[in-house]
Write a protein that binds this ligand. Structure first.
Ligand SMILES: [Zn+2]
Length: 396
């Protein structure tokens, strides 16, 4: 931790942190270390929210919040840093206001660009510990690589459906990194759109709180950090397990002969976004008249100029259609498509639409494989439609 002399604590701070100070493992010394510490939280979302709230309340002197996003209503189900009054504001702004109220003795540093390939190393260098609250593979690998190159411990956390994981990646202290487990991100297009995965908010609370606890242990210097171990949690059966994580001597980042020695944008492509049509277009049926994928602007133009010739098919789930739908669309949930092929007109141009364009691309490719030639995916789905065509549609 920092070599500079530790700050002294005022009587008000000593009173505020008395329940920490009563613990022999923390004491005044440990609390002063917390006051001197700088922790960067990447992502002010489901994991970053509980992590930031606990670290702020614990008296971590400087908390950086890196996030480029704005608060949306559907975030509030789990992202406790933000409230209804913050919808539309930058998450960094909303987080800074909330954390200042939690603890006026700390400093909150917003980083409104989030973590990028360009800024990651410099950004991480200004902190002692990085807490990964990201929700996608591209950022997770970027955080891992930048933390390793900047020689900073990375407190990793992730959730999927009803399960969560926590670990501390700190090769400088002998532990593995994320690439020791998973050397490369999954191939583009193989992961469903991240925004469409469901999650129980309280699970984020469990995992984000565990991340805060690991950061506090590292700073104050007590207990055994999760270096070389991963804690897994299953909410269904309320089970915690710890597995040993060995370091991989052939790891492309922290191994003996590393392939990755600097940050290059090519290594951090989004893998959960809609695959670009060029890479996924293996079908020879794609043609000029009916391209594999069209924009929402083109969709609007087709609906207006040839309403008789096109059919817009919404393949989302019924509860999503209740939130918002594009006027004139026909609803057939994705899973019903195979059994309802006879309902689809062969003589019209079918425009397939979902939330972000991932599911509808799969449906588009499926229909082409079944002999439908005039079928196109609506790129970006209803979310792009609400951003570019009709802002009155509710986003989620
Ligand atoms: Zn490694």
């Amino acid at each position: 931790m920092p070599a500079a002399p530790l700050p002294t604590l005022s009587p008000a701070e000593l009173a505020r942190y008395s329940r920490h100070i009563l613990l022999d493992e923390i004491g005044v010394e440990g609390q002063r270390r917390l006051a001197a510490a700088k922790v960067l939280i990447v992502g002010a979302g489901g994991l970053g929210s509980p992590a930031a709230l606990y670290l702020a309340a614990a008296g971590v002197g400087t908390i950086g919040i890196a996030d480029f996003d704005r608060v949306e209503e559907h975030n509030l189900q789990r992202q406790l840093l933000h409230g209804t009054g913050s919808v539309g504001k930058l998450k960094t702004e909303s987080a800074a206001a909330r954390l200042a109220d939690v603890n006026p003795f700390i400093r909150v540093q917003p980083h409104i660009d989030g973590v990028t390939v360009e800024n990651a190393l410099k950004l991480f260098s200004g902190y002692d510990i990085i807490v990964d609250g990201s929700d996608n593979f591209a950022t997770r690998y970027l955080n891992n690589d930048a933390a390793f190159l900047a020689r900073k411990p990375l407190v990793y956390g992730s959730i999927f459906k009803f399960e969560g994981q926590v670990a501390v990646f700190d090769p400088a202290r002998g532990g593995p990194c994320y690439r020791c487990l998973f050397p490369e991100p999954p191939p583009a297009g193989s992961v469903p759109n991240c925004g469409e995965a469901g999650v129980v908010g309280a699970l984020c609370g469990v995992i984000g709180s565990l991340q805060a606890l690991e950061a506090i242990k590292l700073i104050a210097g007590f207990g055994e950090p999760l270096i070389g171990r991963m804690l897994t949690y299953g909410a269904f059966r309320q089970q915690f397990n710890t597995i040993t994580l060995p370091r991989d001597p052939d790891c492309p980042l922290c191994g003996r002969a590393p392939k990755i020695t600097a940050l290059h944008a090519d290594n951090y492509q989004a893998v959960c976004a809609t695959p670009p049509s060029s890479s996924s277009s293996t079908s020879t049926m794609s043609n000029e008249t009916h391209p594999l994928e069209i924009s929402v602007e083109e969709t609007k133009r087709l609906l207006e100029t040839s309403p008789e010739g096109v059919v817009l098919i919404d393949v989302r789930e019924p509860h999503e259609v209740e939130i918002s739908r594009i006027a004139g669309s026909q609803h057939i949930p994705m899973r019903q498509i195979p059994e309802r092929l006879s309902d689809l007109p062969q003589d019209k141009h079918l425009l397939i639409q979902c939330h972000h364009g991932g599911r509808s691309m799969r449906v588009t490719e499926f229909l082409r494989s079944r002999g439908f030639t005039a079928v196109s995916n609506v790129a970006g789905g209803i979310d792009a439609w609400s951003l570019q065509i009709d802002p009155s549609l509710r986003r989620y």
